[in-house]
Write a protein that binds this ligand. Structure first.
Ligand code: GLU
Length: 502
């Protein structure tokens, strides 16, 4: 019988969630859904020095916002908990000891000062096959010396003994055959002096314990793969080792290297999914959500960073991704991040999202500008008219504010030079005879009156728009007038005539 698919997203709670991290979560999620499997969230918090308060909740909030909630997590445990590595501390040590007993790992007693001195002495120092015998460890010291050090509880770590001149190879589900010469791999620490495992030990022990079948993670973890594979083998679990899939990097817009938070700051776009507040400094880093992205657009954009369905189609909802996602169509090459394209996705999603659904989110944006919406139906109608013009949620403010209040200012440059007493006279008469039964009727009436006053209607349309909107934008001017209604349109014409005449 096929093994039931179990995948995990295993972030370390060290700060904001980079979009690459969300994409890793998304691909895990999609693979699980596609195969009726289970998507696990495991918090890798063994490195207490990098632990950041609030980061775990924040990660869950981000996944929640994206709609890719784990099936198992500390908040929603299954049969494989605990789901925080700090709570599994007691489970790791015995495996490190077992590796020592079996000759696959060793105790190392070098102090931080000794290690520092070595690093100064030897450029690019690696603790490994060429140097380990010159260090203080259970391979270089005598049996008695080691026994004494252990007896006296001298602080020590456990390191993996990477074999000499071996070739560690595996089949990566995305990259195909991958091979590493062990001569380039150092003896990673597995268990720290405080008894805590390092990432390398914990990740293998937990992937085994949680019966993980496939590991999707960023390409930056590829160099760690040989260590993990050796551990699976040395712990006697080779026959149940999960399959590996290293996802392509998300690159800077110019394609030169991995996209970092600093690139976002430098180029003015977000890199985190949601706002992240550094608990130490209070600094806030803007996220896609708060910048005005719809979660559907964010998820769609992420899915396309390294995957496509083999056609030209670019717009995919989560349900469709769940159905169409396939490993075979994940590319090996890094995917360039393009913020303009990200905004395009949002624009497309705003267009296809019903106004009634946008209503709640836009109301929040309007409230930020002290625009209170009393009537949802009115807002929905307005949204139907303007949503195709918006790329980010805050765009709705400028595009809709004038439906709720008089324009705060007029685009004088567009109007003043050509404003004449004759035009003022036309609008006085027009305001008194407004017929806004429908946009069509309003337009016919406007044109007829313009002609009567000796104008081409075109000359008067722009002033009329500026009277209602304040600027040269918005949907059809007669649609706007009809939406505002006779009274408000009249008032706006009168106010504007005064302003233009002044
Ligand atoms: N804790 C690692 C991270 O922060 C997980 C890497 C892996 O998936 O093996 O990304």
């Amino acid at each position: 019988m096929e093994k039931k698919v179990r995948v995990r997203f295993a972030p370390s709670p060290t700060g904001g969630l980079h979009l690459g991290g969300v994409r890793t979560a998304l691909f895990n999620y999609l693979f699980a859904k596609k195969h009726n499997g289970t998507f696990v969230l495991r918090i890798e918090d063994t490195d207490q020095s990098r632990f950041v308060e609030g980061a775990e909740e924040y990660i869950e909030d981000c996944l929640n916002w994206c709609g890719i909630m784990p099936d198992e997590s500390s908040g929603n445990p299954g049969n494989f908990g605990p789901y925080r590595q700090s709570e599994r501390k007691s489970s790791y040590k015995k495996f490190a000891e077992q590796l020592v007993t079996d000759g696959y790992a060793y105790y190392a007693f070098d102090t931080p000062e000794e290690l520092d001195a070595k690093r100064k002495e030897i450029p690019n120092f690696q603790y490994g096959q060429t140097t380990r015998m010159h260090m203080r460890n259970s391979l270089s010291l005598s049996h008695d010396e080691v026994a004494e050090l252990l007896e006296n509880e001298i602080p020590h770590v456990i390191r993996i003994k990477v074999p000499e001149d071996e070739n560690v190879s595996f089949k990566d589900l995305i990259r195909g055959d991958v091979a590493f010469e062990t001569s380039g791999v150092d003896d990673k620490v597995l268990l720290k002096a405080d008894g805590m495992p390092t990432y390398h030990l914990a990740v293998v022990v937990d992937d085994k314990a949680m019966e993980i079948t496939h590991i999707f993670r960023g390409e930056e973890w590829l160099p760690s793969a040989p260590v993990h594979i050796l551990l699976w083998k040395y712990l006697g679990w080779e026959n149940i080792m999960p399959q590996w899939a290293h996802l392509p990097l998300i690159l800077k817009p110019d394609g030169n290297g991995k996209l970092s938070k600093r690139d976002g700051d430098r180029l003015g776009f977000p890199v985190y999914a949601m706002n992240w507040t550094d608990p130490k400094t209070g600094d806030v880093t803007t996220g896609f959500k708060e910048l005005g992205f719809l979660p559907e657009a964010f998820v769609n954009m992420l899915a396309m960073l390294g995957w496509n369905d083999g056609t030209e189609q670019e717009l995919f909802g989560l349900a469709e991704l769940e159905e169409k996602f396939s490993l075979e169509r994940i590319s090996k090459a890094g995917a360039k991040f393009d913020f303009e394209k990200a905004k395009w996705f949002n624009h497309e999603w705003i267009k296809v999202t019903p106004a009634a659904e946008l209503c709640r989110m836009v109301k929040v944006e309007l409230q930020k500008e002290n625009i209170e919406v009393e009537n949802d139906k009115y807002l929905i109608h307005v949204l139907e008219m303007i949503k195709d013009r918006c790329f980010l949620l805050p765009d709705f403010i400028a595009q809709s504010a004038y439906f709720f209040d008089l324009p705060k200012a007029y685009d004088d440059a567009a109007i003043k030079a050509k404003w004449t007493p004759e035009k003022a006279a036309f609008f006085e008469v027009y305001a008194e005879n407004l017929d806004l039964t429908s946009a069509e009727i309003a337009e016919i009436a406007f044109k007829a009156l313009a002609e009567k006053h000796g104008f081409k209607a075109g000359e008067l349309m722009l002033p009329f728009r500026i009277m209602l909107v304040g600027g040269k934008f918005g949907p059809g001017v007669f649609d706007i007038a009809v939406t505002l209604g006779v009274e408000k349109t009249q008032l706006r014409i009168e106010k504007a005539i005064q302003a233009f005449n002044a």
